[in-house]
Design a protein around this ligand. Sequence first.
Ligand SMILES: *Cc1c(COP(=O)(O)O)cnc(C)c1O
Length: 369
Amino acid sequence: MNKIRDLGRPAIFTLKPYVPGKPIEEVEREFGITGVIKLASNENPLGPSPAVTEALRAAIPHVFNYPDSNCFYLKKELASLHNLSEDQFIIGNGTDEILKMIGEAFLNPEDEVIHAWPSFSEYIFVSKLMGAKPIAVPLDRDFKHDLEKIAQNIKKNTKIIFLCNPNNPTGTILTKEEVRKFLEIIPPEILVVVDEAYYEYVNDPSYTSGVELINNKRVIVLRTFSKIYGLAGLRIGYGIANREIISMLNRVREPFNVNLLSQEAAVAALRDEAHLRQSKEIILEGKAYLYQAFERLNLEYIPSEANFIFVDLKMDSKVVFKALLREGVIVRTGDIFDHPTYIRVTIGTPDQNKRFITSLEKILRELAS
Ligand SMILES: *Cc1c(COP(=O)(O)O)cnc(C)c1O
């Protein structure tokens, strides 16, 4: 018997450490190359707004102070943006932390959680962490959430349903009508967490935010500053829900969970609408270019409403992934999503997209010969 292992909570032995996208520096060290580009973690290729850089610089002398536990100014900004009140927001050290708070506040070991698959793996992590049981419902043939099957999987002990909208890694969306109807048919005591990490990129007019639904149901909407706002390294995201849910989440929140620099950066990021527009435009342009290139290369892809594309290479994508690394291009392999022939590529700047396609084309040609 291994004594130290016996000290761990049983739940932790159901967990595996998260495997993140490979960092640029690691690839440069490993292959002795420079100028590596990362199209693996859905970050904003333009970086943060210049206003963020300014705000951060101005905030540096104040870092000896504890941050505002209540994120007063950020909540004020968000309240005015969403036309809601400050007490309908919770701010987290990344959306990841809010997912964990949701688990800590609501999940008992006997509870079940439903999530689509493939989707964001953190839903499984928080469920298992709390000892609850995650139930994976496969996406439908169009790689969309199968809401009918999700509803069929509801049991007496179902506590939370996670909807990733747009879905990571497929970029598919649920329409306003689909979400509205789903909320009508499911039991009202189930919490529905709508993860909208890629909300800002969506173009499809049939899409709508879950924010419109937070008052009539037990809906929690999650947004992040990591993606279009370009603040992934600062770790900041937020949740929107009714006051009662927010007050429960605040019970499990660490007092100073969001650092001072991140709060300043987030406020500045929200105010720079021009940067937001520009960030969206460059993704739309890049998406059109990549779609065309995939079609030319005879590769099937899933049309995406987000800043990444899930594309089928029709061969073990780990082989292509490794070859791309040698070319200095980092993407994500689909095996982590149980789709081993796919890669997920983040849309980059025009130069980055071109470099990715040139490398991919060369690799596919070499592998075919
Ligand atoms: C990136 C991402 C998040 C955001 O995570 P942070 O902790 O805010 O960086 C949340 N959900 C999904 C689906 C994501 O892809």
